[in-house]
Design a protein around this ligand. Structure first.
Ligand SMILES: Cc1cc2nc3c(=O)[nH]c(=O)nc-3n(C[C@H](O)[C@H](O)[C@H](O)COP(=O)(O)O)c2cc1C
Ligand code: SF4
Length: 469
C-alpha cells in the first residue's frame, strides 16, 4: 500500500450509515474479537504493535492487558475525542469520515477489558463530530452489535485540559476539567476509593459497600479507530505498513506557514518534509525555520525536517511525534514570539492545582513578553531559566512538563534570536496565534481567535464570565 492509498481511517467518500459501513467490511473486527476472546484479542494487538495516537505512543495491547489485570469489580472504557492539542485536526477528520470505526473500536476495547459501560468524551463545540458519533452509536446498538454495552457521549468544554485523561474522567463525572491525582487504571470512573491511599474520615453516609477503584481504559479516538481494521485484517497486515517499531498509518495535520494546510493519512515513516509538501510546501520565497508537533515536544529545527514520522525517529532528534499535528514556521517568524505565544497558551490553560505550574508558566510568559518588547535583561533570562527548572515541581499532569520542554528547547535552539531581543525590540514583529484549530478543509485553516483573549482564570476579555464546565 502506498502512502496515498492509505485512506483506511479517513475514507473518501465518508461512511454515512451503518449499512454503508457494513458494505465496506465494518463490524468484522467486533466479530473476530468475540471469536478470539479477550486474551487472544490483547495478543493480536500486541502482535500488531499498535501504539496510542493520543500523543504518548504507549503500546495499546499493554494498556489493555494492564486494565484486565487491575483489581476492581467494575471497569469502564473511554474514548478520548477531546482533540485539544494545537495544530491537530486528525480526530475530527476521522470522525467526519467514519465515526462507526471509532465506536466499533471502543466496543472491542470494552469487551476485552470487561466493561459494560463506555463513554466518548468529545467537545460540545464539535457539532458534526458529536452528531456522527451519536448516530453511529445508536445505529450499532439498534442493530444489536453492541450486545449489552452502553455507549454514552459526554460533551465537554473547550479547555485544553479536557483531553488530559485524568481531567477527562472528571468531566465525564460532571466536573470541571481539573486532572485528578491518580491515573485511570488505578482510580477510574466513579471510583470511590480514597485517592491519597488513606482514609482521613469514615466512609461517607450511605456508603455501605467496599470502596471501588473501577479501573478505566482511556484511549485516543484514532487509536480505537485502528482496532477494528487490525482485528479484521490481522496483525501481520498492520505490521506490513509503517516501520518495525511504529507500524500502521498515521493521520497527520500540517498547518502554519504552508500554502495549503491539510489533514492527510500517511504510512508511518513518511518524512516530515513530505508532509510539508502535502501542505503545499512553504509560502513563495520563504524557507522553513522550525516545526512543532503540537505544544508537548521540543522544537524541530529545519535541518531535521527529513526525519521520518515515527515514535523512534522523532525521539532520536530530541523531539516527539505527539499527535502528528505539525505547525511549521518560516524565516518571517520570530522564535521568541512563538515561545511567548505557546507559553501563554500553556500558562492560561494550566488549572492551578499545582502552584509551581500555574505561577511558573505565568512568570515565564511575562518574562518572554518583556523579551519580545526589547525590555528584558540578562537577569530576566536567568529568571526564565529558574522558573523552567521548577515549573514541574509536584505536577499532577504533563502540562507543566510541556512548558518546560517546549520553552527551553526554543531558547536553546535559537540563542541568536534571544540575544538580538536583549539589544532591541523584535526584528520580526509578526504576531503568532497559537494554532488551536476550529476548522480545517479545502486548504484553509481556521484558528480559535478567542484563545488570545482567554485569561488565566479561564474567562475571556470582553465577555461576561461564565462557568467552564
Ligand atoms: C494537557 C494534555 C492534553 C491532552 N489532550 C489530549 C487530547 O485532546 N486527546 C487525546 O487523545 N489525548 C490527549 N492527551 C493525552 C491523554 O492524557 C492520554 O494519554 C491519551 O488519551 C491516551 O490514549 P492513547 O494511549 O490511545 O494515546 C493530553 C495530555 C495532556 C497532558
Ligand atoms: S501540572 Fe499544571 S495543569 Fe496539570 S494539574 Fe497541575 S496545575 Fe493543573
Amino acid at each position: 500500500m502506498s502512502a496515498d492509498q492509505a485512506g483506511l481511517l479517513v475514507p473518501d467518500p465518508p461512511v454515512t450509515s451503518l449499512e454503508d459501513y457494513r458494505d465496506r467490511g465494518g463490524g468484522q473486527g467486533l466479530e473476530r474479537a468475540r471469536e478470539l476472546g479477550p486474551e487472544l484479542t490483547v495478543k493480536e494487538l500486541r502482535l500488531a504493535r499498535l501504539r496510542g495516537r493520543g500523543g504518548g505512543g504507549f503500546p495499546t495491547g499493554d494498556k489493555w492487558a494492564s486494565i484486565r489485570a487491575a483489581s476492581g469489580r467494575h471497569r469502564y472504557a473511554v474514548c478520548n475525542a477531546a482533540e485539544g492539542e494545537p495544530a491537530t485536526f486528525k480526530d475530527r477528520a476521522i470522525l467526519r469520515a467514519n465515526p462507526y470505526q471509532v465506536v466499533e473500536g471502543l466496543a472491542i476495547a470494552a469487551l476485552t477489558v470487561g466493561a459494560r459501560e463506555a463513554f466518548i468524551g468529545v467537545k460540545a463545540s464539535f457539532g458534526p463530530e458529536r452528531e456522527g458519533l451519536t448516530r453511529a452509536a445508536q445505529e450499532l446498538a439498534r442493530a444489536g452489535l453492541l450486545e449489552g454495552l452502553t455507549v454514552s457521549i459526554a460533551a465537554g468544554p473547550d479547555e485544553y485540559l479536557f483531553g488530559e485523561e485524568k481531567a477527562l474522567l472528571e468531566v465525564i463525572e460532571g466536573n470541571d476539567p481539573l486532572p485528578r491525582l491518580l491515573p485511570p487504571f488505578i482510580h477510574g470512573l466513579f471510583a470511590t476509593a480514597p485517592q491519597l491511599g488513606w482514609e482521613a474520615h469514615a466512609p461517607e453516609t450511605g456508603h455501605v459497600a467496599e470502596h471501588e477503584s473501577n479501573p478505566t481504559l482511556v484511549n485516543n479516538c484514532e487509536t480505537l479507530a485502528n482496532v477494528p481494521h487490525i482485528l479484521s485484517r490481522g496483525a501481520e497486515w498492520f505490521r506490513s505498513l509503517g516501520t518495525e517499531a511504529s507500524p500502521g498509518t498515521i493521520v497527520c495535520t500540517i498547518v502554519g506557514d504552508v500554502a495549503r494546510p491539510t489533514v492527510v493519512e500517511l504510512e508511518m515513516g513518511t518524512t516530515l518534509a513530505e508532509l510539508v509538501e502535502r501542505g503545499g510546501g512553504p509560502l513563495p520565497g520563504r524557507t522553513l525555520k522550525a516545526a512543532f508537533s503540537g505544544v508537548a515536544n521540543a522544537v524541530i529545527r529545519a535541518r531535521d525536517l527529513g526525519t521520518p514520522m515515527t515514535y523512534e525517529d522523532m525521539k532520536a532528534i530530541g523531539s516527539g511525534l505527539g499527535a502528528a499535528g505539525f505547525a511549521v514556521y518560516d524565516d518571517s517568524a520570530c522564535m521568541v514570539e512563538v515561545a511567548r505565544a505557546f507559553s501563554r497558551f500553556l500558562a492560561v490553560e494550566s488549572c492551578g492545582q499545582c502552584p509551581p505550574c500555574k505561577l511558573g508558566s505565568g512568570q515565564i510568559t511575562n518574562a518572554l513578553e518583556q523579551l519580545q518588547a526589547g525590555r528584558a535583561t540578562d537577569d530576566d533570562i536567568e529568571r526564565i531559566g529558574g522558573w523552567l527548572r521548577s515549573v514541574t515541581d509536584g505536577n499532577r499532569c504533563y502540562l507543566a512538563v510541556e512548558e518546560q520542554v517546549l520553552v527551553s528547547s526554543i531558547l536553546q535552539a535559537f540563542p541568536d534570536e534571544v540575544a538580538a531581543h536583549l539589544e532591541a525590540p523584535c526584528p520580526l514583529p509578526r504576531p503568532i496565534l497559537v494554532p488551536k484549530i476550529v476548522d480545517l478543509g479545502d486548504g484553509r485553516v481556521v484558528y480559535d481567535e478567542r484563545q488570545a483573549r482567554k485569561r488565566p482564570d479561564w474567562t475571556y476579555e470582553g465577555e461576561p464570565a461564565a462557568r467552564v464546565g
